[in-house]
Design a protein around this ligand. Structure first.
Ligand SMILES: *[C@@H]1O[C@H](CO)[C@@H](O)[C@H](O)[C@H]1NC(C)=O
Ligand SMILES: *[C@@H]1O[C@H](CO)[C@@H](O)[C@H](O)[C@H]1NC(C)=O
Ligand SMILES: *[C@@H]1O[C@H](CO)[C@@H](O)[C@H](O)[C@H]1NC(C)=O
Ligand SMILES: *[C@@H]1O[C@H](CO)[C@@H](O)[C@H](O)[C@H]1NC(C)=O
Ligand SMILES: *[C@@H]1O[C@H](CO)[C@@H](O)[C@H](O)[C@H]1NC(C)=O
Ligand SMILES: *[C@@H]1O[C@H](CO)[C@@H](O)[C@H](O)[C@H]1NC(C)=O
Ligand SMILES: *[C@@H]1O[C@H](CO)[C@@H](O)[C@H](O)[C@H]1NC(C)=O
Ligand SMILES: *[C@@H]1O[C@H](CO)[C@@H](O)[C@H](O)[C@H]1NC(C)=O
Length: 403
């Protein structure tokens, strides 16, 4: 009897996760069947994150704790199961990992050099987002509301074939990273209640360079692909966005004392359906620059205001004092229907007028017929755009009807 007790005690005191096993350099994680699977996954990262492989098998995994892994090196991660982040909102609000940018935080942070995460079209990340959308009640940027997946100080990374449903906040964030390729991702945040999802962006890049985004389908209720400060060499191709802000540079320039630079971005072969904007740039009245951007082959349907530039987003004040210079931006082959009679609202800052804007192959028709307006202020005259009128600084990002 005593012996039996001792054996039992021993069994429970050894911190071995029955659902993680290591064979050579391969760590395999299988579902525990309802318990928190994050300790087993973290154990796999610890034991096989360097010069190894991690296999998260098919099945249902529960994630009840933050996962912070910053030292991956030469590691291939394969995921075939469904990972569900639990809905203990109080836990996540207290424990989400800071990602510095605008006091945002994340549930899962990955960093290191030379790693891949392949989902084989099978991995499903379920964030229990509806709980977040309902408690958030349309408030923007709730502190502690976690980004699903953040690449942080990550170099040479390949991510492929993952599906997200109902993420808690942004689907993905790329920060302080270089040479990141993310292909074949399928994202959908859709609220089924009276409350909007709010801030369920597809991805945001920040302080990063050499990023490729290809073959995504995103439904998100906020910015689809958003390029934030200090992003360089970003290539986005073949992305379809529903209910989103589509292709966006910004927001930039906040705080005004910190310069934000965005250089060399190409968006091509993009489809936007029922979105707020399509190919646009938003900044606060700040400092820095946006330079050498191409929006090419963008087709859309029912977009509130397809082409838009604001130097004073959200406050619509001090619009002409922004020194965040926008130059060398090309819109080429931009076609589709606008929701109202405005195809473009472009107000550049009086203190730093836009230069080198170029437009060609612009064919935008209001969905209910009539002619579209192209409103422009403080930009180069040789852009190729037939401006039909001027655009005031307080011209809104979203319209409520014809102007
Ligand atoms: C351990 O992992 C291997 C795959 O490497 C698998 O075949 C085996 O069933 C696993 N064992 C347990 C006990 O989970
Ligand atoms: C990453 O991979 C590259 C190319 O294979 C290799 O040269 C480099 O040493 C690797 N870096 C690390 C930290 O292992
Ligand atoms: C960039 O990352 C990819 C993995 O996506 C890797 O194959 C390639 O070698 C990296 N390039 C450089 C220059 O390190
Ligand atoms: C996204 O999910 C909503 C709700 O389930 C669904 O109605 C919509 O069709 C989905 N979007 C796409 C592109 O599949
Ligand atoms: C574009 O992306 C979609 C969605 O991932 C994919 O089905 C399609 O094959 C891609 N098209 C091309 C030309 O690669
Ligand atoms: C962007 O880069 C500049 C120059 O390196 C730096 O001064 C600034 O702090 C960076 N901005 C952010 C938001 O990190
Ligand atoms: C502009 O960006 C494109 C695409 O990223 C790049 O190929 C080109 O070299 C850049 N031009 C300049 C002047 O930096
Ligand atoms: C213009 O873009 C559409 C997709 O929106 C594409 O089908 C078409 O081939 C492009 N035209 C040219 C001349 O590149």
């Amino acid at each position: 009897m005593l012996l039996f007790k001792a054996a039992q005690l021993l069994l429970f005191s050894i911190p071995v996760y029955a659902d993680m096993n290591k064979t050579g350099s391969l760590c395999t994680v299988t579902p525990s069947g309802g318990k928190d699977d994050s300790p087993a996954i973290m154990d796999a990262f610890k034991q096989c994150g360097k010069n190894g492989q991690i296999e998260i098998t098919e099945g249902d995994f529960t994630i009840a704790k933050v996962m912070d892994v910053l030292d991956l090196q030469n590691c291939d991660i394969s995921i075939k199961g469904k990972l569900t982040w639990n809905d203990d909102i109080q836990y996540w609000l207290r424990n989400s990992i800071s990602v510095t940018y605008a006091q945002r935080s994340t549930a899962w942070r990955l960093g290191g050099t030379n790693f891949s995460m392949r989902g084989h079209g099978k991995a499903l990340f379920f964030g229990n987002g509806q709980k977040w959308y309902d408690q958030n009640r349309n408030q923007g940027n709730q502190a502690g509301r976690p980004i699903s997946l953040t690449l942080w100080k990550a170099n040479n990374v390949f991510i492929d074939g993952i599906t997200w449903r109902q993420p808690q906040f942004w689907h993905t964030f790329v920060a302080h990273s270089q040479n990141i390729t993310m292909t074949n991702l399928d994202m959908n945040a859709t609220s089924n209640s009276q409350w909007n999802t709010v801030n369920t962006d597809g991805t945001d890049t920040w302080n990063s360079k050499d990023i490729t985004i290809k073959n995504w389908v995103v439904t998100c209720g906020d910015d689809c692909i958003s390029i934030k400060g200090n992003s360089t060499n970003v290539y986005v191709k073949n992305v379809t966005c529903y209910e989103s802000g589509a292709m966006c540079i910004g927001s930039l320039g906040n705080p005004a004392t910190t310069p934000d630079y965005v250089d060399n971005v190409v968006f091509e072969d993009i489809t936007a359906i029922h979105s707020s904007n399509a190919a646009w740039i938003k900044t606060y009245p700040g400092t820095g620059h946006v330079r050498n951007i191409t929006f090419r082959n963008i087709n859309f349907r029912d977009v509130n205001q397809p082409i838009y530039i604001s130097p004073c987003i959200y406050s619509y004040s001090n619009c002409d004092s922004s020194r965040l210079k926008i130059s060398d931006v090309t819109w080429e082959n931009i076609t589709g229907t606008s929701r109202y009679n405005v195809a473009a609202g472009i107000h550049c800052s009086g203190a730093a007028p836009c230069t080198g804007l170029k437009f060609s192959g612009i064919d935008i028709k209001p969905k209910n017929g009539g002619e579209a307006k192209f409103l422009c202020s403080n930009m180069n005259k040789d852009s190729g755009l037939q401006c039909t009128g001027s655009c005031p600084g307080n011209h809104p990002q979203q319209l409520n009807g014809n102007v």
